[in-house]
Design a protein around this ligand. Structure first.
Ligand code: TRP
Length: 369
């Protein structure tokens, strides 16, 4: 029997059926998008696959009106290739003119994981922010939940909003949205709602549309924030927009997880580590013997190496299609596919690791708030 799946903002287990979640959560599939979006691999290849109210953002972009991209990170473990999906969206929207807000969820990590604020700060700076910069993020508004701003007016507004939001929800609503609740998780949910809504306050950007790109496990937070904000007359909010991306595939074919080093490729891995991890762990959609593979061919849909090329390392559609065809027909063997991926990954990581060293000097520019 298939393992029962469980999906909450704090726990993801078992196999994820995205189509079912789209229906259950009431999301819309991402269909026709303007060209600038389709130039991006993540949108073109449906790695970002669903949304709520993205129209408002598309209009802002079309009419060159201000908008905010707001998202957050839980600073645990190492920064791995799965984290690039969100990083690339930050950079994408920034290039389109968005004002970028990024919350480091150190209070949430404390509440949900018992991780100290000091540890969170260190991981956020050395792992996440340095990598964001190396990937191309330019100065923007990055803040820690426990330390919103040195400007008291701004800081007060952010924490005040969390309390205003609390007044407009109920215990029953929490139970409905999250199933189980603890005081810490209630506070974390309300703080995340404040993360997502506070850019619209007069102390920040004023009334502008906000797009929140997240993994689908975060949708309960969006539902709560959207529903509460509708009930508040003052301050007024424009309804939040959001998009949802796939979880990055782990090496063994399940979810990539920071707490499982053999499930991911970290952006600090050496060429030897990459080679070893891919060869040893990357789940193969190929056949057991060469003879059988030549006869039946491989299955790229479940092949982790092929999926990594598709998600991250082969932006050329023609080339990807060619690999897919050859692998399916049995002309290309798993070993050859892995070798190609390892080459691509190591080329990328070599460049990236150089940029990350440079990025270290720039972190301060990102934490001015
Ligand atoms: N809960 C998110 C996570 O676990 C982190 C987060 C905090 C966040 N505040 C946010 C995400 C606001 C999106 C928007 O990764």
């Amino acid at each position: 029997m298939e393992k029962k799946s469980k999906i909450t903002p704090w726990e993801v287990e078992g196999k994820i059926n995205y189509d079912r979640l789209i229906k259950k959560f009431g999301l819309s599939e991402l269909k026709e998008l303007p060209n600038v979006f389709n130039e991006n691999v993540l949108f073109r290849r449906k790695i970002i696959f669903a949304h709520r109210d993205i129209q408002r953002i598309l209009e802002a972009i079309k009419n060159k009106k201000p908008f905010v991209m707001m998202t957050g990170l839980m600073p645990t473990g190492k920064f791995h290739i799965g984290h690039m999906i969100l990083a690339q969206q930050m950079i994408f929207y920034q290039k389109l003119g968005a004002k970028v807000y990024i919350a480091v969820a150190d209070l949430e990590a404390y509440n949900a994981r018992g991780q100290s604020l000091e540890e969170s700060r260190k991981i956020a700076m050395e792992e996440y922010i340095e990598n964001y910069i190396a990937l191309g993020l330019k100065p923007c508004e990055i803040y820690f939940q426990s330390d919103r701003s040195k400007d008291a007016k701004k800081s007060n507004a952010y924490y005040r909003l969390q309390n205003i939001l609390a007044k407009h929800t109920s215990f029953a609503e929490f139970k409905g949205v999250y199933g189980e609740v603890s005081p810490g998780k209630m506070l974390a949910s309300l703080l995340q709602a404040s993360d997502m809504l506070h850019p619209q306050l007069p102390e920040f950007e004023g009334l502008v549309p906000v797009i929140v790109p997240v993994g689908i496990d975060q949708d309960p937070h969006l539902r709560l924030a959207r529903d509460i904000s509708k009930r508040i007359k003052k301050p007024k909010f424009i309804q939040l927009s959001s998009t949802y991306h796939l979880f990055a595939l782990g090496l063994r074919g399940d979810k990539m997880s920071s707490s499982e080093p053999n499930s991911y490729i970290a952006l600090t891995d050496s060429p030897e580590q990459v080679k070893k991890k891919i060869n040893k762990y990357a789940f193969s959609g190929g056949q057991a013997t060469i003879e059988e593979h030549r006869k039946k061919g491989g299955n790229p849909d479940i092949d982790v190496s092929f999926q990594y090329l598709k998600m991250f390392f082969e932006p050329d559609d023609e080339k990807l299609k060619d690999i897919e065809k050859k692998y399916k027909s049995g002309e290309m063997l798993t070993g050859e596919l892995k070798k190609y991926l390892i080459g691509k990954m190591n080329d990328f990581l070599r460049e990236h690791q150089k940029k990350k060293k440079e990025a270290r000097k720039k972190v301060g520019e990102f934490l001015k708030g």
